[in-house]
Structure formats: structure tokens, C-alpha cells
Design a protein around this ligand. Structure first.
Ligand code: A2P
Length: 279
């Protein structure tokens, strides 16, 4: 199988463009799913404190015997840990759960405009970065105006912005802003949590290449230059979702899929989301 392309982040760190996202993977099932993913060739795992399954990722890493530097692992700061001390302590717990002395990428999960000041939280992220225990830091669910504040008030530019993006929410303005500022766009729920898979246009484009709608959608993300991590708990789908490097969509097909956009979020608008877990 063709190797997954690597993108270079703004600090020189290289990131596999395709990985496995473990949002909504049951903590009890995570080790098995991630071990399956490693076995079929995945080398990039996207988890988060909020998912409750970092320990499963860590157990799979240990069981796989893979050298740590052959796997790219991302985690994210939970919404109840935005204050500096809580952020630093929770990062230590993330490393313990992962059984590792570093993460490859650590993100602020949500900006939470009414909870505190995400610029202060970003300064804690910068401390973590400067300690060398996160090879890169970034943000998730940030709009342009949030990024503008970091550009004005912070010293480290986020390496990535991880946002909701799929064919019904193409996010072209924000993706262009990220690119102009040296920020790699990562996309969460690249299949719209499965909601685009019955789309007639995707079915037609997929059939023209002898692939599934999921594969056509993942390929579309890759050709737009974004980092993508579809989630599946089924081994045969893990294989299918990685098998997207042997065909190329035409420019017209990419444009046709992009034209499906209807600015439809499956998740909350980050400007209105202020949910904080209790624990
Ligand atoms: P499952 O985990 O049961 O395989 P997203 O990555 O956009 O969040 O989408 C994940 C959803 O899409 C999950 O419900 C997942 O189900 C489903 N899914 C992932 N890959 C495929 C695939 N290749 N074919 C069909 N459904 C898929």
C-alpha cells in the first residue's frame, strides 16, 4: 500500500496526513481498536482528555511494540482544565495515561468564550511546549477571530487548527485563513459522523473510481491538503479508510464534492459552546 503522506508543521515536525480518530470510541474498546489500527498500518492516533480513552491508546502503544517515534499521538486539553495549574497537571496525567514522556501534538479542545480567556490557556500551552514534552501545540474549534487574538497576544503560532469539516461544511474561508498563517487544518468527523455516506453525488463519484463513498470523501479531504482522521471501530473499515492512496479525484470531482456545502454543522458552533465537564 502507498505510504501515508507526511505534512510539515510550522515548527518542522512532520505529521501523517491520515490517522485514526478515537472520539466516541468506548474506553473499554479503545485498546483493541487502536491495536487493530496499528496492525493494518495506521501510525497517527487522535485522542483527547475529554474522550476518556487516552489510557486505551497508551495500552495499545505498549502492546504494539512499535517504536514511539514511529507513531504520532495527539491529545487535547479538557474544557475544565483551562486554568494554568489545572492545564499543567492534566498534561502530566495525559502523559501517564499514554505511557509516554511526550505527545506529538497537544491542542486546546474548545475556545469556550464564556468560561475564561483562551489566550491565558494558550500561555500554559506555550509552557508545555517549551518544556519539550509536546513536540507541537495547536488549537481545535477556533474561528478566525480567536486565531487573530493569539496572533496578536501570543508568541507561539498554533501548528494546527482542528475543525469540523466534511462535504456539507467545507469551511473554505477558515481553511484559507489557516493556510495563509502557516497553520495546518485538521478535520474532525470527516464523514460528518457518517451522515454524508448516502449522498448521491458522492456515490456517483465513488462508483467512477470503484471505491466506497467513505473512501471518496477521505480522498477529497486529502486532496484539499487537510489532515484527516476518520473514526471506525470495525477492522474492515479501518482497512478501507486507509486504502485511499491508490486513486486520484479529478479537479472537477473535487469541486463537485465541495459544491455540496450547506454550512451544516453536526456539532456546536464554537462561539456558542461553553460546556464544562464536572470532574
Ligand atoms: P463505525 O465506527 O461503526 O465503523 P466520522 O469519522 O465522520 O466521525 O464518522 C464516523 C462514523 O462513520 C461512525 O459511525 C463509523 O461507524 C462510520 N464509518 C467510518 N468508516 C466507515 C466506512 N468506511 N463505511 C461506513 N461507515 C463508516
Amino acid at each position: 500500500m502507498t505510504p501515508v503522506p507526511l505534512l510539515t508543521l510550522n515548527n518542522g515536525v512532520r505529521i501523517p496526513q491520515l490517522g485514526l480518530g478515537v472520539w466516541q470510541v468506548d474506553p473499554a474498546e479503545t485498546q483493541r481498536v487502536v491495536e487493530d489500527a496499528f496492525e493494518v498500518g495506521y501510525r497517527h492516533i487522535d485522542t483527547a482528555q475529554m474522550y476518556g480513552n487516552e489510557a486505551g491508546v497508551g495500552a495499545a502503544l505498549a502492546a504494539s511494540g512499535l517504536p514511539r517515534d514511529e507513531v504520532f499521538v495527539t491529545s487535547k486539553l479538557n474544557n475544565n482544565r483551562h486554568e494554568r495549574t489545572a492545564a499543567l497537571e492534566s498534561f502530566d496525567r495525559t502523559l501517564e495515561a499514554l505511557g509516554s514522556d511526550h505527545v506529538d501534538l497537544f491542542l486546546i479542545h474548545w475556545p469556550l468564550p464564556e468560561v475564561g480567556d483562551y489566550v491565558d490557556t494558550w500561555h500554559a500551552m506555550e509552557e508545555i511546549y517549551e518544556s519539550g514534552r509536546a513536540r507541537a501545540i495547536g488549537v481545535s474549534n477556533f474561528h478566525q477571530h480567536h486565531l487573530d487574538r493569539l496572533a496578536a497576544e501570543a508568541s507561539v503560532t498554533p501548528a494546527v487548527n482542528q475543525i469540523e469539516c466534511y462535504p456539507y461544511l467545507t469551511q473554505d474561508a477558515l481553511r484559507a485563513y489557516d493556510e495563509d498563517h502557516g497553520i495546518v487544518t485538521e478535520v474532525w468527523s470527516p464523514l460528518g459522523s457518517g451522515t454524508v455516506l448516502a449522498d448521491a453525488t458522492l456515490a456517483r463519484v465513488a462508483a467512477a473510481h470503484g471505491v466506497s463513498p467513505a473512501q471518496a470523501t477521505i480522498r477529497w479531504h486529502l486532496q484539499r491538503g487537510d489532515v484527516v482522521f476518520p473514526k471506525s471501530t470495525h477492522k474492515e473499515r479501518l482497512v478501507e479508510n486507509l486504502d485511499v492512496l491508490g486513486f486520484t479525484l479529478s479537479d472537477d470531482e473535487v469541486a463537485e464534492i465541495s459544491a455540496l456545502n450547506k454550512d451544516l454543522r453536526t456539532g456546536p458552533n464554537p462561539d456558542e459552546f461553553n460546556w464544562v465537564p464536572r470532574d
